[in-house]
Design a binder for this molecule. Structure first.
Ligand code: ADP
Ligand code: MG
Length: 238
């Protein structure tokens, strides 16, 4: 792989000195859609939060476009082109869709750029434009997830980190959300997503990593993982 946009090397992370991620390596090439799949508690969110700069690795490094970002804070990584859509959506429930979206551009100061990004996001999610004045808490779970993704796009990221988009959604909505992810990726945004819904994630991904108790136990093209007897047995009930 030539010059990945993201490279994680020998990466350990955890909480209050207690390790949760025990030395993982992964790469994402520009334009790729990569999935990290694994069960609840495997360390997916910890990995994402550490890449985004919400916490810092104990050991190892995170390179973004060749630069070591492992000591950078979240607002700095956001400014550099990484956007993290957190698990559980984390919208501001009393604010409108549009206000929530604007907050996604918190590292931007150029009003014209914010307006331009808002327009792009509304092009991608026309339904959100129609309902831009609606209070976020009155939306369904699926709609809220779309707003959370759209908010993540408001900083015009080159790398979008998506954490467990399927959480709490009905299967039909999971499918819709995954379709949205594919169209974002096709529009040129590199995507790293983490999912417990292994099959759904691998069906849209180019490549994947299987994370198990803080270690990568398998990796390959999405097709290889979907066909892998271990993956099928452990995560797809087959
Ligand atoms: N804030 C926290 N403080 C201490 N331990 C945590 C915290 N958040 C998660 N953990 C622990 O880290 C491990 C990995 O959690 P997490 O990264 O959230 O996994 P996943 O996203 O794959 O479900 C779990 O054992 C979890 O209990
Ligand atoms: Mg999680």
């Amino acid at each position: 792989m030539t010059d990945p946009i993201l490279r994680v090397q020998g990466f350990h992370s955890g909480y209050d000195g207690v390790p949760v991620i025990h030395g993982i390596d992964l790469e994402v090439a520009e334009g790729e859609l990569v999935a990290i799949v694994g069960a609840n508690g495997a360390g997916k969110t910890t990995t994402m939060r550490t890449i985004a700069g919400l916490m810092h690795p104990f050991k190892g490094c995170v390179l973004f476009e060749g630069e070591d970002i492992s000591r950078k804070k979240a607002h700095e990584t956001n400014r550099m082109g990484i956007s993290y859509v957190p698990e559980g959506r984390r919208l501001f429930p009393k604010l409108t869709i549009e206000e929530n979206l604007e907050l996604g551009a918190f590292t931007k100061t150029d009003r014209e750029e914010i307006e331009r990004n808002l327009e792009q996001v509304f092009d991608l999610f026309p339904k959100l434009f129609d309902r831009r004045s609606q209070i976020a808490e009155t939306l369904s779970g699926g709609e809220q997830q779309m707003v959370a993704i759209a908010r993540g796009l408001m900083s015009n990221p080159r790398l979008l980190l998506l954490d467990e988009l399927s959480l709490g959604l009905m299967p039909s909505l999971v499918e819709k959300v995954m379709e949205a992810v594919v169209s974002i990726n096709r529009s040129g945004v590199t995507i790293l997503l983490v999912e417990q819904m292994v099959q759904e994630a691998l069906e849209i991904a180019d490549r994947g990593y299987v994370l198990q108790t803080g270690r990568i136990v398998q990796q390959g093209t999405a097709r290889e993982l979907l066909d892998s007897p271990e993956v099928r047995k452990a995560y797809m009930g087959m």
